[in-house]
Write a protein that binds this ligand. Structure first.
Ligand code: NAP
Ligand code: MG
Length: 476
């Protein structure tokens, strides 16, 4: 007898969307000078959610001017304890409105509501609470007795964790006394706009947080504006390079959180069922739209024949479909453009004679969807082993010795994350010591906590976000 899950859709009624949204500058919603808008879609069904203003150079200038004034006249003069009160207030409002924000994030991004509800939103609130706690303790953070804010921060974020990336950027900046101008991604601006409303609700002084919606051009204008002191970017390595060039030669400080091609190493002594769960969540969490995804499985040859069937059996049980259904494991790909990129890169595997497997799984008729995919017979030279796919696609490689596992894991231009699965503590430490990755998980994966620093090596970027380290990026 087969038990099926009945539909369990989360109600959309908690979300009230406006038809159009203006820019958030100096504490007010204000139209873009150009009058241009872009349309925001629900990637799960391609329906229109709202239209948002497109900020141009004149709007960037207005926002930077407002942030400068707020920094000089209010925010940098306020005591840390006072700043902390605002951050605690914002954190509490986020908690109170978390169901609404979780549903909206799911509609805008396509990710399962199970994830926005249980992962994104709790982490967003936790991040604000954590940095609120630091605001009055900066003299004890290890950066001297009287560390100073940098001034105005220009912040540009991607679409994969829209509100969480906003929290990673805004919470430490505000706690340290900086003011910000933030540009969310073109396809996922809606929770940032609700966050702007939350800033109003919390009575945050005008100009401390400014939100400019728009596409890549808006980001370019913001990053290129001479009036900021700091640029913080999360996104692709390609755009990160352009930004590094744009900022070079200025006095601005820069942090870059870029792409990744994380290795998940499964040794022969690992608890295999546990490793299966970790490998699955490592690559299929958030449809694989995760910079630190475990997109390369390195499994020890002696257990590969046992591990791979178990892995496929588990993947076949994942439920793909309506992101607002509480039982959905895999939601929609965020945009038509991203779907095209995933298809194109995965297709190179076919040309290179890599074996491709997906479970029987029906894709919805509308929206952007990609079935979970496992590529076996992959070698280091294959494009799917080298390039970031940023989708639900796992490349499987094998190894014989620990030395070979480490060499293969490190053979990448990236260095963001890695996972090690073994029952032996000495082997875990031996491996972790040799891996060149900013975050290494053992017998778990994709675990986040605001107290823990996160960031990369090599083409994965530089600087750390989160934890005490995250304060340093905003202190002079
Ligand atoms: P992206 O194209 O680099 O976009 C990131 C942000 O930059 C978006 O807001 C984008 O605006 C904006 N942008 C585009 N061109 C710009 C330019 N010339 N100057 C300034 N800003 C510009 O990245 P994505 O495709 O949205 O995100 C996926 C990538 O982000 C992946 O490579 C992933 O690994 C990486 N990522 C890294 C981390 C991390 O912490 N290391 C976290 C999440 C994601 P539009 O949205 O309008 O294009
Ligand atoms: Mg969208």
């Amino acid at each position: 007898m087969i038990f099926e899950y009945a539909p369990a859709p989360e109600s959309r009624s908690v979300v009230s969307l406006r038809e159009t949204y203006d820019l958030f500058i100096d504490g007010e919603f204000t139209p873009a000078r150009s009058g241009d808008h872009l349309t925001v879609l629900n990637p799960a069904d391609e329906t229109e959610l709202a239209r948002v203003a497109v900020a141009g150079e004149a709007d960037v200038d207005r926002a930077v001017t407002a942030a400068r004034r707020a920094h000089e006249t209010v925010w940098s003069r306020m005591s840390g304890a006072e700043r902390g009160k605002y951050l605690f207030r914002i954190a509490r409002i986020i908690q109170e409105r978390s169901r609404e924000l979780a549903v909206l994030e799911s509609m805008d991004n396509g990710k399962p509501v199970k994830e926005t509800r249980d992962v994104d939103l709790p982490l967003v609130a936790a991040h604000f609470f954590y940095y609120a706690g630091w605001a009055d303790k900066l003299a004890h953070a290890g950066f001297g007795p009287d560390p100073k804010p940098l001034g105005v921060a220009a912040q540009v974020i991607p679409w994969n964790f829209p509100l969480l990336m906003l929290a990673w950027k805004i919470a430490p900046a505000l706690a340290t006394g900086n003011t910000v101008v933030l540009k969310p991604a073109e396809t996922t601006p809606l929770t940032a706009l609700v966050f702007a409303q939350i800033c109003q609700e919390a009575d945050l002084p005008p100009g401390v947080v400014n939100i400019l919606t728009g596409a890549g051009e808006t980001g370019r204008a913001l990053v290129g504006h001479p009036g900021t002191d700091k640029v913080a970017f999360t996104g692709s390595t390609e755009v990160g390079r352009q930004i590094a060039r744009a900022v070079a030669g200025t006095d601005k400080r820069l942090t870059l959180e870029l792409g990744g091609k994380g290795a998940n190493i499964v040794y022969d002594d690992a608890a295999l069922d546990q490793a299966v769960e970790g490998v699955v969540s490592g690559i299929f969490f958030n449809q694989g739209h995760v910079c630190c995804a475990g997109s390369r499985l390195l499994v020890q040859e002696s257990v590969a024949d046992e591990f791979l069937p178990r892995l496929k059996e588990r993947i076949a049980k994942l439920r793909l479909g309506d992101p607002l259904d509480k039982n959905t494991d895999i939601g929609a790909i965020n945009s038509a453009a991203q779907l095209e990129r995933v298809r194109e890169l995965t297709a190179t595997a076919d040309e290179e004679n890599v074996e491709r497997w997906s479970p029987a799984c029906e894709l919805p008729e509308h929206g952007y969807w990609f079935a979970p995919t496992v590529l076996t017979g992959v070698s280091q030279a294959h494009r799917v082993a080298r390039e970031e796919i940023f989708g639900p696609v796992l490349s499987v490689l094998t190894f014989r010795t620990p030395e070979e596992a480490v060499a293969k894991a490190n053979n990448t231009p990236y260095g963001l994350s890695a996972g090690v699965w073994t029952e032996k503590g000495s082997r875990m430490l031996w491996t972790a010591e040799r891996l060149r990755a900013g975050v290494i998980w053992s017998n778990t994966f994709n675990k986040f906590d605001p107290t823990s620093p996160f960031g990369g090596y090599k083409e994965s970027g530089y600087g750390r976000e989160g934890g005490r380290h995250g304060l340093e990026a905003y202190l002079g």
